[in-house]
Design a protein around this ligand. Structure first.
Ligand SMILES: *[C@@H]1O[C@H](CO)[C@@H](O)[C@H](O)[C@H]1NC(C)=O
Ligand SMILES: *[C@@H]1O[C@H](CO)[C@@H](O)[C@H](O)[C@H]1NC(C)=O
Ligand SMILES: *[C@@H]1O[C@H](CO)[C@@H](O)[C@H](O)[C@H]1NC(C)=O
Length: 779
């Protein structure tokens, strides 16, 4: 019948098997698979094993293939249990994941493998010839190591003239075997008698033992010694010192002299008792000569003979009881342990089974068990003397990776004894931490024209997990920079996180870009995180100024017309240059390096505007030639030069003086001229469309107009400095009409890509707008 002992719905059963002793190794006792409803295939995985506190373990084993419990070694009931009526071996069957414990008790049945044995081969009796018929003489009973049916059952006596046998059961379960005198003895006829006594047991087949009985017939006057008590009882605490007297027996003999000297000897004593007690043959004192241990034997029984000088004897029984002393500390056994424990086990998981034992009895053997404070584990009492070690909280390997758990067991003896056991529990890693970058974002600064392969910066991510779960691998997340894959710009070293440039960067192409770097661990499944790396490219003065207007040397057939009437300070033309660099590297200055008439024209240092320095006189040469150098402010500075041809002409000689006072009418004229301009513009646009790349000369009407064809995409003039900056929108200075007015036309570079009619509409709108918002110079 299974005894259900449970913890957390795990039913643990108590299996009982019964086997005869002396079975051959390999014999099958039972089958745990059948009896516990387990799965055969799982026994191996669940590490099914037989476990036991004492040294019985090697008697039994579990065959993991079949689940059979088999005998490993011959079991001798007599050796294991002696005279105990019930000989039970106790084992535990331990199964892991989930932990399960079943008790198995194995009852060892007796087999009739021992014959009855008399204490002595020859039983000597001395009987006076005066003894009456019916007198009784005790003989020591035979002993059979087996139990129950297999012990001595019957005695019989070889047929003889004088004696018959009387066997009575004693109150303590032993037999009282006596020879009864049936016919008086006569010393004159026989001095000695010899016959055989037989003891048979109740086993099948029956076994027997014999003893010779030798009777000496004595003279009438002899007396046998007589014990003062028929039964002696002594009590002794275990661990008593050697030579402690437990009990003294005493017998008296009515005879005098040598015949009355009584000596004592053990007539029947077990081998165990012989090692612990001695009997003083003269005084009858029983003393301790060996280790008295309650746990191995708590009660000793022996018989003592008292003999006189004639050899007449009588016997008495001595029982010595041993009392328990708290001399055994409890012992903590780790029956099963899940080690290491995964850090993600839920609180309340059973990770181990602990058994405590105390060999003492009663309170001395009552044990309480505890665990130290401050660890996320507790002990939950299970079946008697068993505890489950259970987690009480979430484990985190990254916080605590090992626990030393000390389990202390204390008994209730006085004084109490205790012992403790420390087990080291490791926490196994789970990939529960993604790599974390040390910084939220990274920036790398690089000067343009860098060498491909140069190091830009490095990123670092940490992952607190263990081994491959914490090994970080870096990679670039796919993406695009200016339409090209990021991998064509940068590479990252997967192991070190060092970022290299794959190519040389050009500040003029782009000034910065962003990439995403991913750090991934090597766990399964892997965890990752990503970070933004911004790369900033700084400028190097690697571009010389580029002169847009007038066209560079070599194509210098363009000529500016200057009205002869122009006063000093009049704007006659403008040099327009751009520099693809930025900042100081693109800050341009304009210088006239050579001119036909050095005093006539000046150039704005930063505007590039060419103005007359004085009024033009008749003596001035009609053809003026200027060589203008444009320099940037980089270190070292780069420069470009161009030639400008100016033609002083009469045709454009207009006087503006009176018109200054008639502002209003000129405003009207301005509006009209704007409309005209608009028409002109259409013509210009159409002209530009037709004459693009043919360097059109458009300015004979006096307007200083720079067609947009001279402006590179992405560039716009700002601040009127003649410096064009890269932008998606640009402002172009179109100096329209005459040298007397300059309108700032704003248009979008994107308009270049628009169909012509849209462009025109837009330009027209812009013109009207500008008229309202921009100053008009009148001179
Ligand atoms: C546990 O005990 C071992 C051995 O005594 C020691 O090396 C280790 O540091 C201890 N661990 C903890 C967490 O106390
Ligand atoms: C890494 O984590 C996984 C679960 O996420 C675990 O199974 C594995 O044992 C861990 N590896 C190490 C080396 O701890
Ligand atoms: C990068 O990380 C952000 C947040 O940390 C996340 O939302 C995003 O999905 C990640 N991108 C990739 C491609 O993993």
């Amino acid at each position: 019948h299974p005894i259900i002992l449970f913890y957390k719905c795990q039913i643990r059963e108590h299996l009982s098997y019964s086997v005869p002793e002396e079975m051959r190794p390999g014999s099958i006792v039972g089958n745990i698979v059948k009896d516990l409803g387990l799965e055969v295939g799982k026994l191996f995985i669940r590490k099914a094993r037989i476990d036991t506190e004492e040294s019985y373990a090697y008697f039994c084993d579990v065959d993991l293939k079949t689940g059979n419990v088999i005998i490993r070694e011959r079991i001798d009931r007599e050796e294991l249990c002696g005279e105990k009526v019930s000989c039970m071996l106790k084992f535990e069957l331990v199964l892991e994941s989930p932990l399960e414990l079943h008790r198995i008790s194995l009852l060892i049945q007796d087999v009739n493998d021992n014959s009855p044995v008399f204490p002595k081969d020859t039983i000597k009796l001395e009987i006076r010839e005066s003894a009456d018929k019916g007198a009784r003489y005790r003989v020591n009973e035979a002993h059979d190591a087996d139990i129950g049916q297999n012990t001595v059952k019957q005695y019989s006596l070889q047929k003889n003239e004088h004696f018959v046998l009387s066997v009575r059961d004693d109150a303590d379960g032993s037999k009282n075997v006596e020879l009864v005198l049936d016919k008086e003895l006569d010393r004159e006829k026989e001095h000695d008698l010899n016959f055989v006594m037989i003891a048979v047991d109740g086993g099948n087949p029956q076994r027997s033992g014999t003893a010779n009985i030798h009777v000496t017939v004595l003279d009438a006057n002899d007396n046998a010694p007589v014990f003062e008590q028929a039964f002696y009882k002594g009590s002794l605490p275990e661990n008593s010192a050697l030579d402690t007297v437990v009990v003294s027996v005493s017998a008296t003999d009515a005879d005098e002299g040598v015949n009355g000297d009584v000596t004592y000897e053990f007539s029947r004593i077990s081998d165990r008792a012989k090692k612990v007690f001695s009997l003083n043959s003269k005084t009858g004192e029983i003393k301790v000569i060996g280790q008295v241990d309650f746990e191995s034997n708590s009660k000793y029984e022996m018989r003592i003979d008292a003999k006189d000088g004639y050899g007449l004897s009588s016997d008495s029984k001595v029982v010595i009881e041993i009392t328990d002393v708290n001399d055994n500390a409890p012992v903590v056994y780790m029956k099963s342990l899940m080690n290491p424990i995964a850090e993600n086990v839920s609180p309340g998981t059973e990770v181990g089974i602990i058994n405590v034992q105390d060999r003492d009895s009663e309170n001395n053997g009552q044990v309480r068990c505890s665990i130290q404070q401050g660890v996320p584990f507790k002990l939950v009492p299970s079946i008697k003397n068993y505890y489950s070690l259970v987690t009480t909280g979430q484990l985190d390997r990254e916080l605590v990776s090992d626990y030393n758990i000390t389990i202390t067991a204390t008994d209730e003896g006085s004084p109490p004894l205790s012992s403790s056991k420390t087990v080291q529990l490791s926490v196994a890693d789970i990939n529960d931490n993604p790599p974390v970058f040390e910084e939220q974002s990274y920036s790398a600064y690089v000067t343009e024209n860098n060498k491909p392969g140069s190091t830009l910066c490095s990123v670092t991510a940490r992952d607190s997990d263990w081994r491959q779960n914490g090994t970080v691998i870096y990679s670039l997340l796919p993406g695009e920079v200016n339409g090209a894959p990021v991998s064509s710009y940068l590479s990252v070293n997967g192991d070190t996180g060092v970022i290299h440039a794959v190519r040389s960067f050009d500040y003029e192409q782009f000034r910065s870009f962003k990439v995403h770097v991913m750090a991934r661990d090597n766990g399964s499944p892997p965890l990752s995180s990503n970070v933004t790396v911004s790369v900033f490219i700084s400028d190097v003065n690697d571009n010389s100024p580029q002169i847009l207007y007038p066209a560079p040397e070599g194509n210098s057939f363009m000529t500016e017309l200057v009205p002869k009437a122009a006063h000093g300070g009049s704007l006659v033309s403008k040099v327009i240059a751009v520099d693809a660099d930025s900042g100081q590297n693109a800050w341009l200055s304009y210088h006239i390096v050579k001119s036909t008439d050095p005093g006539l024209f000046t150039i704005g240092l930063h505007s590039g505007e060419i103005r007359t320095q004085r009024d033009i006189s008749e003596s001035d040469s009609m053809k003026q030639n200027l060589i203008v150098a444009v320099k940037d402010n980089g270190q070292p500075s780069l420069s470009a030069t161009c030639s400008m041809y100016l033609l002083i002409s009469d045709n454009l000689d207009i006087s503006y003086d009176e018109k200054n006072s008639k502002l209003t009418s000129y405003l009207i004229i301005a509006l009209v001229s704007v409309s005209t301009l608009f028409l002109t513009f259409i013509i210009i646009i159409l002209g530009v469309r037709f004459c693009r790349r043919r360097k059109p000369r458009l300015l004979f009407d006096g307007a200083v107009a720079i067609p947009s064809a001279y402006l590179p995409p992405n560039y716009a003039d700002v601040d009127g400095t003649g410096t064009l900056r890269s932008a998606y929108n640009y402002d172009a200075y179109l100096t329209t009409g005459s040298r007397t007015s300059d309108f700032k036309f704003v248009t979008s570079y994107n308009d270049n890509t628009l169909p012509a009619d849209q462009t025109l509409r837009k330009v027209h709108q812009t013109l009207l707008m500008r008229l309202e918002h921009h100053r008009i110079h009148w001179r």
